[in-house]
Design a protein around this ligand. Sequence first.
Ligand SMILES: [Zn+2]
Length: 368
Amino acid sequence: MSTEAPKPIRETTHPPLLLNPNKRIRLLKTATHHSHPEPALTISQTKHHPTVPPIPGSSEPSEQEGAVYFIGNATTVISYGSLRFLTDPNFLHAGDHVHLGPGVTSQRLKDPAVPDLGSLPPVDSVLLSHYHEDHFDREVEANLSRDVPIITTPHAKTCLTERKREDGFRKVVGLAEFEGVVVRPVDDAGQQQQNKTSGRKEAVRVTGMPGKHVPPGPLALANELLGAVPPTNGWLVELGWTKGTDGAEDFETGYRIYISGDTLFVDELKEIPKRLQGDRIDLMLTHLGGTTIPGPRMPLLMVTMDAKQGVQLMRLVDPDVTVPIHFDDYDVMLSSLNDFKKEVAAAGLEDRVVYLDRGEEYRFAVKK
Ligand SMILES: [Zn+2]
């Protein structure tokens, strides 16, 4: 066996994405002005680390705190300092259907915690794991402002920008596996906002992680021909700081979030802990559900992790805390959250998981 040195977690870095949280783009393309007051997230409960006590006295997230708010399916809002990201926006309601590929439709079973895009507070950027209707629904596609920045896969970038339509999205960053981009908040003069006490500036670095919706082999080949299931990314989302010099090399990580995306537990994922070379994942958002197509009456092909694979991924990545998402919103999801709870209990990992219901948030401290 050769002992090859592990490859770096980022092979390439995209030019930085500069965002001004004071001048957020309106989410709805038809909106002519920001609504006052801005809509706020209705948080039914705030949850904290299962074993570490929360920062005393904080009711609003501070500069050193971040939060993940669960809307439903894979839709979350990740907040850190002045930055806010929306993941995999889907605001369809119970009874609505999505088209997931040739001959594959699925019914939504649960309502999202936020009824539509227009009820969201403004966000700085959308993080889209892949171009699939349960992650980017047709109403979002029709109504989202073309100027909202979207970070996604190269495949989804092509779909969103280059296909034959007049109003493609204009600010899309396509990240390949192990390609990163640093997101820096800037002020109205285009300068990076500075933290008055530390001299450092908050920033977020997003890196594409591998994900495979379809197992390798003949099915993968068939899928490529059919174009049924699009390529998908996971994400490494690092909340941290820069000293304001150009280039990504001065980025310091304060909190590391890994989002699995819609993937099976495939060998490609083993690269992630190898490349992290001992850097710990603080929080993992796992897309579970054991999504099986074409549907519950003909369960042929599982395309997302079920409960067992979710626990396998916990063992592989060894995150401090895991929050399961994407587990029961659609009728193609055959592996329930209860199945996952049982697997977690059997593995003795109960104090490493936080369960969020739609409308709840998980708040955490970001290391300075
Ligand atoms: Zn999905």
